[in-house]
Design a protein around this ligand. Structure first.
Ligand code: TYM
Length: 313
């Protein structure tokens, strides 16, 4: 039976990418029921790899915790906790720092993106970020990690670090770690630019649907979401696995993104969705996507707001 571990940074603006790519998977795993233990961690030590306002960080830790519970992760049957409250994460990270090779970290694309042009001024913590992830997961000897697609490379590094530790010391101490990256929303893209990942740090609120958005926010954002001048594609856009063909995803990233989000929300295949919308313009799809988002997301946001107000809870 698998031990599950996953983490979410408390950096505010939790959005449907975080929910559909990761948090909802935690709930699916719980409902499937065949796991030994599941740990869901609010990774505040990861958050401080870039500057955080201390007061806001406290608030965001609570908000992230609330998002897990509001989405349906049962705190009685899963371990929900804050990373910095367990010092083992930082301790094991140091040991793994001594295992991991600098060359491996140099290949991490997320560091390059986050550090930007001024790499010299990035924190050492931002550079060593994936080693702390390895420590998170390996502290509990977890084997399965539900995440969005953007964490794939980090999880490959976690495996490399665990293997090298086992090899160097001639032991079989750390287990093999597998990512769980499934569904149509493993990489939800910005509503303004289908080539950019939906992100908590995007300056434009119109780039993402936040979990705390109300009906009107959702309606406005989907109305303004970028599309293209063609009608919705037909079944010829899909490959044998039912995914968008590469050329379609490249030529029509915004259309593919809205359809992916809709499929994941409705738990329907692309084939089922395209059979309904092929040849139509985007307004009908946008209307139904808005309704689906309102049905799925607004209750979670309301529950988050309720919990955050109830400080005793
Ligand atoms: P974070 O806080 O950036 O994101 C939390 C989770 O949301 C997923 N995600 C997305 N999924 C689909 N589309 C998107 N646009 C999108 N944006 C984010 C992320 O893949 C992630 O699953 N490094 C991690 C946190 C972490 C962690 C760990 C994860 C720390 N330790 C150990 C797993 C195991 C991160 O920055 O997530």
């Amino acid at each position: 039976m698998d031990h599950i571990f996953s983490g979410v940074q408390p950096t505010g603006n939790l959005h449907i990418g975080n929910y559909l790519g990761a948090i909802r998977k935690f709930v699916d795993i719980q409902n499937r029921g065949n796991v030994a233990k599941a740990y869901y961690c609010v990774v505040d030590l990861h958050a401080i790899t870039v500057w955080q306002d201390p007061k806001k960080l406290k608030k965001d830790i609570l908000e992230t915790t609330a998002s897990f519970i509001a989405a349906g992760v049962d705190p009685k049957n899963n371990i929900i906790f804050n990373q910095s409250s367990v010092s083992a994460h930082a301790e094991l990270a140091w040991i793994l720092n001594c295992i991991c090779r600098i060359g491996w970290l140099n290949r991490m694309t997320q560091f390059k993106e986050k550090a930007g042009k001024n790499k010299e001024r990035a924190s050492v913590g931002l550079y060593a970020y994936p080693i702390l992830m390895a420590s998170d997961i390996l502290s509990y000897k977890s084997t399965l990690v539900p995440v969005g697609d953007d964490q794939k490379q980090h999880l490959e590094l976690v495996r490399d670090v665990a293997n090298k530790f086992n090899f160097d010391y001639g032991v079989n101490f750390f287990p093999e770690v597998k990512p769980l990256i499934i569904g149509d929303a493993t990489r939800v893209m910005s509503l303004k630019n289908g080539n950019k990942k939906m992100s908590k740090s995007d300056e434009s609120q119109y780039s993402r649907i936040n979990l705390t958005d109300d009906k009107d926010d959702i309606r406005n954002k989907i109305k303004k979401a970028k599309t293209d001048s063609h009608n919705i594609m037909g079944l010829e856009a899909l490959d044998d696995n039912g995914d968008f063909k590469a050329e379609v995803a490249i030529k029509r990233p915004e259309a593919a993104n809205l359809i992916n989000i809709f499929c994941e929300l409705e738990k329907k295949s692309k084939k089922e969705i395209l059979e309904i919308y092929a040849g139509k313009n985007f307004s009908n799809l946008k209307e139904n996507l808005t309704d689906s988002l309102i049905t799925n997301i607004v209750p979670i946001g309301n529950e988050m707001k309720r919990m955050i107000k109830d400080s005793l809870y």
